[in-house]
Ligand binder design. Structure first.
Ligand code: PMP
Length: 360
């Protein structure tokens, strides 16, 4: 593990070394079963135990109340862009969407197939560099749900508050900030996340759903996209993503040993503030996100000169800081600093930024 790089990828991204090493040590023979978790029946005793323990760990770490089900699904976070409207919009035929970046926009466009969608807010006027305030939300009392994306992976903005929508249930895409802070799950109808950033390898989608929201799907909802199917079968209607669930469990062991969601939040802002302070006090770099809307997970920045940006990325790669190139929609650089990114990785990146700033 001493040859590992600091990987600032937006996802799939870094996992804790302890989880990787544990998986490595169990790769050919999981606890005396004589087989790898990859080779196990999902109905086997050993796997069912992994499954149940992993669910219980997540419930504990996110403090998921009774009345909520934790589902382990597939088709990525993007699958939820369809699954949410298919299952929820039937109540009134209408839903509110806040579009604050790429993925909420995709969700918004997908939802339009299934009902009347109100654009409750949009930050497109300023290239998604900010999060609208509560006052700026145009809410419909008759909406079946209010949809937003808590952390905008590409633009590097994060909702600093939970929208207040009265009786309208909140549906939240937490793909890029789940478990980076304590969350009051009881405020939400549905929380979902693609696992490949803060939770596990790609291939698993975690859904936390208030159970009464299921069972009202549109009649043509595919069986596999029906929350009720998955609730009834405890995510085992078909073969679940077994390996990813196992890896999630190992990652959650690490989160728990570090002190849980509170510790993750403390480190998140320790890392992010260090990086924002360094960028703000540099002469070359500017952050994309406005102060007050900045993400603690994805830090977007640029010099304003594409050639200089490319030079920065190339030299950073050489120095062992990889995947810093920004998404093409924003350009410049992006440092994704999820839970598993050590503080030290960001400290060293800040030193590198300061050096580059001086030399260029
Ligand atoms: N939502 C957010 C916030 C994301 O960052 C991503 C992926 N980067 C997605 C949704 C899409 O996830 P998936 O690739 O799992 O469909």
């Amino acid at each position: 593990s001493d040859q590992r790089v600091y990987n600032f990828s937006a996802g799939p991204s870094m996992l804790p070394v302890s989880a990787l090493e544990r998986a490595g040590s169990e790769i050919t023979n999981y606890r005396g079963t004589g087989m790898s978790v990859m080779e196990m029946s999902h109905r086997s005793k050993a796997f069912v135990q992994i499954f149940e323990e992993t669910q219980a760990k997540l419930r504990r770490l996110m403090d998921v109340p009774e009345g909520y089900k934790i589902l382990f699904l597939q088709t990525g976070a993007s699958g939820q862009f369809s699954m949410v409207p298919l299952n929820l919009i039937g109540k009134t035929g209408k839903a509110d969407y806040a579009v604050t970046g790429n993925f909420s926009n995709l969700a918004y466009k997908e939802a339009k197939k299934y009902g009347q969608i109100n654009l409750a807010a949009s930050s497109e006027d300023k290239d998604h560099s900010y999060i609208p305030t509560q006052d700026q939300l145009t809410l419909d009392k008759d909406a079946s749900y209010f949809y937003y994306c808590a952390n905008n992976t590409i633009y590097g903005t994060e909702w600093g508050y939970v929208p207040e929508t009265g009786d309208v249930p909140l549906v939240c895409d937490m793909s890029s900030d789940i478990l980076s802070m304590p969350v009051d799950v009881s405020k939400y109808g549905i929380i979902f996340a693609g696992a490949q950033k803060n939770l596990a390898p790609a291939g698993l989608t975690v859904v936390i759903i208030r159970e009464d929201l299921a069972g009202h799907e549109l009649p043509y909802t595919p069986l596999m996209m029906n929350y009720q199917t998955m609730i009834d079968k405890d995510s085992m209607y078909n073969t679940p993503p077994c390996w990813c669930i196992y890896m999630l469990g190992l990652n959650l062991d690490w989160v728990e040993a570090q002190g849980g969601a509170q510790a993750m939040e403390q480190r998140k802002w320790q890392r992010a503030n260090m990086l924002y302070d360094t960028l703000d006090s540099s002469k070359l770099f500017r952050c994309h996100a406005q102060k007050g809307s900045r993400s603690g997970m994805n830090v977007t920045f640029r010099t304003g000169d594409a050639e200089l940006d490319a030079k920065f990325v190339a030299e950073a790669t050489q120095a062992g800081f990889v995947n810093l190139k920004g998404h093409r929609k924003v350009g410049g650089m992006r440092a994704s600093i999820y839970n598993a990114m050590p503080i030290e990785g960001v400290e060293k990146l800040c030193d590198f930024i300061k050096k580059f700033d001086k030399e260029n």
